[in-house]
Design a protein around this ligand. Sequence first.
Ligand SMILES: [Zn+2]
Length: 469
Amino acid sequence: MSFTIQNALIPVESGYETADVQVADNCISAIAQNLAPTETAIDGKNKLLLPGFVNAHTHSSEMWQRGIIPPLPLELWIGELYDFTPLDPEQVYLSALGTAVETLLSGGTSVVDHLVLIPGQELETIAAAVRAYQEIGIRAFIGPLIQDESLTAGMPAGEGGIEHAAYIRSTNATLELMEAAIKQFHYPEKGVNILLAPTGIQLCSDALFEGCIDLGDRYNLCLHAHLLETPAQKQLAREKYGCSAVEHLQQIGYLSPRTSLAHCVWLDDSDIAIMAETQSTVVHNPLSNLRLGSGIAPILKYRKAGVNVSFGCDGAASNDSQDLLEAIKMGSILHNITDLDYRHWITPRQSVEMASLGGAKGLNLGDKMGSLTVGKKADLVLYDLTSLSLLPRTDPIGLLILGRPTNTVDSVWVNGKQIVAEGKVKTIDVDGLRRQLFDRSEWSSKRQSPMVGEIESHYRQVMKLPLGG
Ligand SMILES: [Zn+2]
């Protein structure tokens, strides 16, 4: 299969050029003016062609709870999330489709799904997400979310300490489950990749991290985790290891060019140096960090230190959307308030590079995707520059990143296959998906989370917040 996108606007060093982009065998085969047309010609006139972005951290099944969790910090928010988590693999399938649609229609061609597993139906959960991503055709990186400590272990113990229930599954059983998932679902050539993704230091033992490193080495897979999302986690790391979480992860060998870490809000300068030295990737989730009050990640410092940074939406229950362009905008301009020297601020073109090539690098695929380069995978997005939100005509990338683009994605290709055409997803029945999401849910505004009730006073105590009331 081959096709030519004709007369598209593409960014070049000096500004923009109008060019033809040819795709053959799933890859970009030529970029030049007036190329001889191949089998199919696509009209790229008045459209901007960019490499697809990576939604580099999300949890698809959180879609069922978007908009309902009250303003709470992560440690309490997660109690409510777990109390009402979907328990039917069919729901996982539908929310994976929903996550993919929103990602595709906001410029993404790859999604990293840190997938919450239904207890007792772990492989069925992964199968449901795989089915969704294969049907729609987005490039998927599924990191089954694993842990081996129970939820209360995620908070600092403080002086009084806190009792933890045993986790539902042993560390070894979890690692066996991951190996089964790899054997069953890891098919990069079909666009489905498995990542090893322990949830983070707050709920995982060293044995679990080390088992993941071992599996990653044996099957050549990438590693993923949350890292120092909240001030409570920073405090917990000190209690747990007597050093910073980053120092500890480096000591056990978890940090590498194949490792991407979500949030990275509470790292200090020596931690940042370790991130640079190990060539680990930071996944920036600005909207989630604001929504949960987690903090502002030191993104300008990462960039200055040479740390690769990409963007994620994070799960829809802490965002509460999957609009990648919104996350990119917020994650770019948010940092202007952290540094008076405007020469360090992120430019729209840098944002595009972080979202595309930065995302690819974080998945150890920087040489295979993430830029408009001959030989790279044809994961491409064509934006309609005649859309009202991108008018009047000024700098197309400036409009896309700094503006509020609505319905601007005209076409999307993943691995050379067209998924979106004329602004519509072509591979699945989106109206049918809307009906299913509607029918399987109901309007509600009040619900009571038993777990939040149980853990709130301990949280307030260790975080030195006023008790009572
Ligand atoms: Zn997350």
